[in-house]
Design a binder for this molecule. Structure first.
Ligand SMILES: Nc1nc2c(ncn2[C@@H]2O[C@H](COP(=O)(O)OP(=O)(O)O)[C@@H](O)[C@H]2O)c(=O)[nH]1
Ligand SMILES: [Mg+2]
Length: 194
């Protein structure tokens, strides 16, 4: 569990992006994949990030301050059918500027629902991640929704449809599956190479 995690701010426009020297751990994934739930489980606080929020409401970059040592940053989800073309453009511009002008991103978690088919947007996100010079981990969310014995085959499907070389980790925010692995990744990336 990450101690002393607090919501700090939501950023809707480029000029609001935080100018900070603190390292940042970033969450990306399509809407409803379980980003907010994952953040709440990491913090061990139920209502910290709003779960099941209407897609239209999550166009912001949300910063969670962890003990004044680093940030967990929740990026706007992609694949919203309710967003207008203009909203999608504004959101992707905000995300790109946030990532490209930032030397303090130490790790990106890319969340994919373990049960769902990999979408075109997921593939675009994966290709985009490969082009960044930032370490990342693919997490398959909501693993409690499939039989434990079937988890490896679900992971295999995702790996193959992304042509991913990285090992994908199954997680469950509900059942706290593999949260220790995730926390290790976070602390290794935040506290190493200081
Ligand atoms: N069974 C199960 N449901 C989950 C899990 N994580 C999220 N959910 C559900 O998936 C829905 C979307 O979750 P949310 O965290 O709001 O996703 P976000 O849009 O990516 O922030 C909600 O109804 C959550 O209760 C999980 O680990 N297990
Ligand atoms: Mg959310």
């Amino acid at each position: 569990m990450l101690k002393n995690m607090k919501f700090e701010t939501s950023v809707f426009s480029i000029k609001q992006i935080l100018n900070t020297d603190l390292k940042q751990i970033v969450m990306v994934g399509k809407s409803n994949v379980g980003k907010s739930s994952f953040i709440n489980t990491l913090a061990n606080q139920k209502g910290l990030a709003k779960v099941g929020q209407k897609p239209g409401k999550t166009k912001s970059i949300n910063y969670y301050n962890v003990n004044n040592e680093f940030y967990i940053v929740d990026l706007p989800g992609y694949g919203y059918s309710t967003m207008t073309k203009q909203e999608k453009e504004n959101t992707s511009k905000l995300v790109n500027i946030y990532i490209n002008n930032n030397k303090n991103i130490s790790h990106i978690f890319f969340l994919i629902d373990i049960r769902h088919k990999v979408t075109e947007n997921d593939r675009i996100m994966y290709e985009w991640l490969l082009e960044q010079n930032i370490p990342f981990t693919i997490l398959a969310t909501k693993a409690d929704k499939v039989a434990k014995t079937k988890i490896p085959s679900y992971l295999d499907v995702i790996t193959k449809s992304l042509f991913a070389k990285e090992k994908i980790i199954a997680i469950s925010s509900e059942k706290k599956l593999n949260m220790d692995i995730v926390e290790n990744i976070i602390t290794n990336n935040v506290y190493e190479n200081n």
